[in-house]
Design a protein around this ligand. Structure first.
Ligand code: NAD
Length: 442
């Protein structure tokens, strides 16, 4: 098939490369000229395991191309994916301006029948709006499909090639069949392609993310209760998660979820439901707990410093919102760093993948430029002269550091473990003050 993917971010780039890998001719379009220039030089603008090889191989074999030319992409393709961003708008709703811009441009470029697929995460009813925006610009026939994406950053290629399920929302049988053929190579092990109507598919994506976010906030709230009564949330987690009806995943307490999806999707889902007069009350609590959770470690730190951050040096291990990605959108590390530097501390930070990302204006550029945050060579370098070490992202390389060495480097041996990576008794035995989530007695 000839496919055009509009938007070469985390989703569009991975989807485009994976569709090419199964033999399709894929034309990836983005309005960001610098990004397309990098891709055409053979550079991959994001950190995502396995993506570099996949792109290089498919470009070499002539199945994958990158361009800013949307008209060319639309005209040579039968299936066009919209995979542009849907960031949070001021009122919490999803900002659909990028999606609708692309819809209009597709309409203007059309030279015949097309299948237009919403891959971006969008509120129920958006495919109808996209369809109207396309129809306003063309007399050619087309069909709309909703095909939400469930990949996880950090394992996006693997998730796309071997999905748990594929959701196709199509109100036309022939179109559903074409989409089924396109995805058939990814579900050879028998995982389902679930066909449904367009509206149900749009809701499925938000409901899935909202449920996962709910699990996280639930466990975080239980963790805070454990702190109050001197229980161990990690034991509670095991006891709860071994029930097959509940399952062990997404029950890890921490400093709250972040990233480009859960925070904005929970809020957008709430907004849409409220607008329809059917408020999702449970999600209100999920969002509130998540916001509060980021504050908890800063408060533990404040107690350690008797309320005075002035002159304190804080080492931060991990900047990305989770391991195996460089994505810092809504990363808890950003909130923590802003809070402690605002209170008078300076930060020495290290992340295995997100150092370049950290320097961007929407991340930590201002604090780096003014010397409040120093980016360090490695984890040990970050610990040098620190009064506290906060482990914010659970990268593998932070799991078993040489703590004797860390202690020798720090001014005060205090570890604040935002992911419960370490065994409290062992680390305290080494002479560290140690704080974690749901295992401290407050
Ligand atoms: P992203 O910000 O990484 O990439 C979006 C890309 O779209 C950018 O490169 C941008 O330049 C491009 N773009 C914007 N407007 C354009 C236009 N008019 N023409 C051409 N290109 C344009 O976003 P992402 O993380 O890939 O997310 C895309 C969508 O997929 C969002 O709706 C998101 O919620 C959803 N999603 C994301 C993930 C994830 O893990 N990142 C997972 C599932 C679903």
């Amino acid at each position: 098939m000839n496919i055009c993917v509009v938007g070469t971010g985390y989703v569009g780039l991975v989807a485009g490369a994976c569709f090419a890998e199964t033999g399709n001719d894929v034309f990836c379009v983005d309005k960001d000229e610098a990004k397309i220039a990098r891709l055409n030089r053979g550079e991959v603008p994001i950190y995502e395991p396995e993506l570099d090889d996949l792109i290089a191989r498919n470009v070499k074999e002539g199945r994958l191309a990158f361009s800013t030319d949307l008209v060319a992409g639309v005209q040579k393709s039968n299936v066009i994916f919209i995979a542009v961003g849907t960031p949070q708008d001021e009122d919490g709703s999803a900002d659909l301006s990028h999606v609708l811009d692309v819809a209009g441009a597709i309409g203007r470029a059309m030279n015949g029948y097309k299948i237009i697929v919403d891959k971006s995460t969008v509120p129920v009813g958006t495919a109808d709006r996209v369809g109207q925006a396309v129809a306003a610009q063309t007399t050619h026939d087309f069909h709309m499909v909703s095909n939400p994406e469930f990949m996880k950053e950090g394992s996006a290629v693997n998730d796309f090639l071997y999905p748990d399920r594929v959701v196709i929302g199509a109100n036309n049988e022939c179109v559903a069949e074409v989409m089924g053929e396109l995805y058939a190579p990814f579900v050879r092990t028998g995982n389902p392609i679930i066909f449904m109507d367009v509206h149900s598919a749009e809701i499925t994506k938000y409901a899935a993310n909202a449920f996962l976010a709910t699990k996280i906030s639930f466990m975080n709230e239980i963790a805070n209760f454990c702190d109050k009564v001197g229980a161990d949330v990690m034991m509670v987690r095991k006891g709860v998660g071994s029930d097959k009806r509940i399952g062990p995943q997404f029950l890890f307490p921490g400093v709250g979820y972040g990233g480009s999806c859960f925070p904005k999707d929970v809020r957008a889902f709430m907004r849409t439901a409220a607008d329809q007069g059917s408020p999702l009350r449970i999600l209100q609590a999920v969002d509130e707990i998540n916001n509060q959770q980021k504050v908890i470690m800063v408060e533990k730190l404040r107690r350690q410093f008797h309320g005075d951050f002035a002159g304190k040096v804080i080492a931060i291990w991990g900047l990305s919102f989770k391991p195996q990605t460089d994505d810092m959108r809504e990363a808890p590390a950003k909130y923590i760093i802003r809070s402690v530097t605002h209170a008078g501390a300076t930060v020495r930070a290290f992340d295995p993948a997100a150092m370049e990302e950290a320097c961007k204006p929407y991340n930590l550029k201002d604090l780096i430029d003014t010397g409040r945050v120093k980016l360090c060579e490695n984890a040990y370098d970050a610990a040098e002269g620190a009064d506290a070490l906060l482990v914010v992202t659970e990268w593998n390389e932070f799991r078993r550091p040489n703590f004797e060495r860390v202690k020798g480097l720090m001014r005060e041996p205090a570890v604040f473990d935002c992911r419960n990576l370490y065994t409290p008794a062992k680390i305290k035995e080494l002479g560290f003050a140690y704080y974690s989530i749901g295992r401290d007695t407050l």
